[in-house]
Design a protein around this ligand. Structure first.
Ligand SMILES: *Cc1c(COP(=O)(O)O)cnc(C)c1O
Length: 361
């Protein structure tokens, strides 16, 4: 795919938001990347255009049967003014895995990363500079063919929109309380749990809403068959430190292949801290807690990087970890990954991709 990417610059640039109150995902930059797919023609018309609403046919298939995939990644501004992306090739790999599952045509990951770099260069003034802030990047694909039949669409739009986001932790990294979900399930093997697709999120809202009503910030998902084995926490992967060893659920067919998850595993191996991917039951976690061996637990994902867990509530049992405080290892992993992302620490893993800014406009 040797396509040109055309660039149309917005005539009026909007005011940049107040960096102390960015929140998440409500403010968007001046431009967006788009390309179209038409059967027989492939992906075409790659372009950067002013951020604007879309016009779609009400019968566009995405509205009816949810044929859509997305990604989530971030760009960071370093202290010396460079722009870093974190492992963007992993996001492209995963996007194509999601595409495969949803019968959406494959994209050329290298080409999309080139388009993304161009888009970031055009909107570079939107990357916030305040401590802990970043530019959140949302690539996504929707089925646009106007048709009410149930079949893979023949037309799609691929887009990238970007949003300056605030620090996930306003007052430093801090632990959350988690409700172990025993009624609803997120995914089953053979379903779409491994794909980043809207339907997984739509089906998680009910449990999330009930948990929030009880003042828990997320749910811990158990497997969809026996409701016994741990899968994920909210929309993050999950890790436990038990008696000096770190464990995380193995990628069993219903768990999202998190980029942060993979990075944490690599980092632990690099530090010679024992880490294993295996099946973990909720009983094992409760038992380890009773024996005083459950040292730490944390979620991993692009938004928070590391989200320490201070408490689990399961049935009638309340499991408080590390006195409800952030564990030492959780903090060390958080500091290291965010340090690499922001260019404050060496990157021995080759995780960082630089965005050239000279070629913009
Ligand atoms: C995106 C996502 C994650 C985290 O993946 P990262 O690549 O680390 O951001 C975990 N679980 C679910 C369900 C997700 O959608």
């Amino acid at each position: 795919m040797t396509q040109q990417i055309t660039v149309q610059i917005a005539e009026t640039k909007r005011d940049k938001p107040d960096q102390s109150n960015l929140g998440f995902g409500r403010i968007f930059t001046d431009h967006m990347f788009m390309m179209n797919f038409t059967e027989g023609k492939g992906w075409h018309d790659a372009r950067i255009v002013p951020y604007q609403p879309l016009t779609l046919d009400p019968s566009a298939m995405v509205f009816h049967y949810g044929q859509t995939v997305f990604e989530g990644m971030k760009a960071y501004l370093t202290e010396d003014g460079q722009i870093f992306l974190f492992r963007p090739e992993k996001n492209m790999e995963r996007l194509n895995r999601s595409n495969d599952r949803l019968c959406i045509p494959q994209i050329d990951g290298d080409f999309v990363i080139e388009g993304l770099k161009k888009l970031i260069a055009v909107d570079r003034e939107w990357i916030p500079t305040a401590e802990g802030t970043s530019l959140y990047i949302r690539p996504f694909i929707i089925a646009t063919e106007p048709f009410l039949g149930v079949a893979p669409a023949k037309n799609y739009i691929f887009m990238i929109i970007m949003s300056p986001v605030g620090s996930y932790y306003k007052e430093g990294i801090s632990p959350v309380k988690i409700l172990v979900e025993s009624e609803f399930v997120r995914a089953v093997k053979g379903g779409t749990g491994e794909a980043k697709t809207g339907g997984n999120y739509a089906s998680s809202l009910k449990a999330q809403e009930l948990a929030t009503g009880k003042e828990y910030s997320q749910v811990l998902w158990l497997d969809g068959v026996e409701k016994k084995y741990i899968e994920e926490v909210g929309s993050m992967n999950v890790f436990f430190k038990i008696n000096g060893e770190v464990v995380t659920p193995a990628l069993n067919g219903s768990i999202l292949h998190g980029v942060t998850r993979d990075s944490v595993i690599q980092l632990l191996k690099h530090w010679n801290i024992p880490v294993s991917e295996r099946r973990i039951s909720i009983d094992e976690i409760a038992q380890a807690h009773r024996e005083g061996k459950l040292e730490e637990a944390f979620g991993t994902g692009t938004a928070a990087v590391i989200s320490p867990i201070g408490e689990f509530f399961w049935g009638s049992e309340q499991l408080v970890l590390n006195g409800g405080k952030t564990g030492e290892l959780s903090k060390r992993i958080y500091d290291t990954i965010t340090g690499i992302q922001k260019g404050k620490l060496e990157d021995p893993f080759g995780w960082v991709t630089k965005v050239p800014v000279s070629e913009s406009k």
